[in-house]
Design a protein around this ligand. Structure first.
Ligand SMILES: Nc1ncnc2c1ncn2[C@@H]1O[C@H](COP(=O)(O)OP(=O)(O)OP(=O)(O)O)[C@@H](O)[C@H]1O
Ligand SMILES: O=C(O)c1ccc[n+]([C@@H]2O[C@H](COP(=O)([O-])O)[C@@H](O)[C@H]2O)c1
Length: 218
């Protein structure tokens, strides 16, 4: 069994917090990944423009992962040539395949809330032609969906067998048993703007960076 499955964890990371980091690290252990690459977007497809600049979000990710050999950063959505429109995941995955070919394994990591929003994503039903989807649990988000198309699609592609993720380059959905972390970037931004501490919600160096750069009203 190879350990060459590449895992991309896409996000806005405004800012990165333990709700991203702890599930990502636990997921790597659960499914035997040697690395998880955090993939910051430039223009989020379905959100308001982030409060921090792209460069500041990247700097915070770098500080958050600097002492963790499992986590790295993938800059492809930041450095790609078309920067004036949303970072659509399907286009990122297609570009990854052009670069790496059809054989290597690729997985995209999502929180449960993002999975539930999938039917609003650009070309969502073709995502599995390029990658597996690995789903992290998230407090407050149901494990089932009323969206019939999404429900059927999940049933059709779900696996509970980790070996499927390593034996096949793409095509499966796996629900991970990652820790529940009740943290969101929205809550962090709100707390900081109300002059409340968030020190326990993100790595110390990210907290310091936010203070030094007066982000989110700090
Ligand atoms: N606490 C968490 N537990 C599990 N997954 C999470 C958690 N927070 C974020 N994620 C997942 O990480 C990815 C990137 O999330 P994002 O950067 O938008 O953070 P967020 O905290 O959801 O931000 P915001 O509150 O601004 O919407 C998404 O797939 C999201 O579902
Ligand atoms: O491709 C899309 O249509 C699409 C729609 C919403 C979100 N995404 C991606 O999903 C990841 C998590 O999104 P977000 O908004 O929770 O940061 C991030 O990589 C986004 O670029 C992608």
């Amino acid at each position: 069994m190879t350990n060459s499955l590449t895992a991309l964890f896409g996000g806005t990371f405004d800012p990165i917090h333990y709700g991203h980091l702890l599930p990502a690290i636990a997921l790597a252990k659960e499914i035997r990944l040697s690395h998880v690459s955090l993939l910051p977007n430039h223009i989020p497809p379905h959100k308001a423009q982030p409060e921090a600049t792209t460069n500041q979000r990247v700097e915070m990710i770098k500080l958050a992962i600097e002492n963790d050999p499992i986590l790295s950063i993938d800059m492809r959505e930041i450095t790609k040539s078309i920067l004036d429109r949303p970072s659509y995941t399907i286009e990122t995955l297609q570009a990854w395949r052009v670069e790496n070919g059809a054989s290597p394994g690729l997985a995209f990591i999502l929180g449960q809330d993002s999975l539930l929003s999938l039917p609003t994503w650009n070309n969502w039903q073709t995502l599995l032609n390029y990658c597996h989807l690995l789903i992290c649990r998230r407090p407050g988000y149901a494990e089932t969906t009323n969206d019939q198309a999404l429900k059927e699609w999940i049933t059709q592609h779900q696996t509970k067998n980790i070996d499927d993720l390593h034996r096949h380059a793409n095509g499966f959905i796996y629900f991970a048993n990652t820790p529940l972390e009740d943290i969101s970037a929205t809550e962090i931004r709100d707390k900081i703007s109300q002059k409340q501490s968030c020190e326990s919600l993100l790595p110390p160096k990210v907290w310091q960076y936010i203070q030094q750069h007066h982000l989110y009203g700090a």
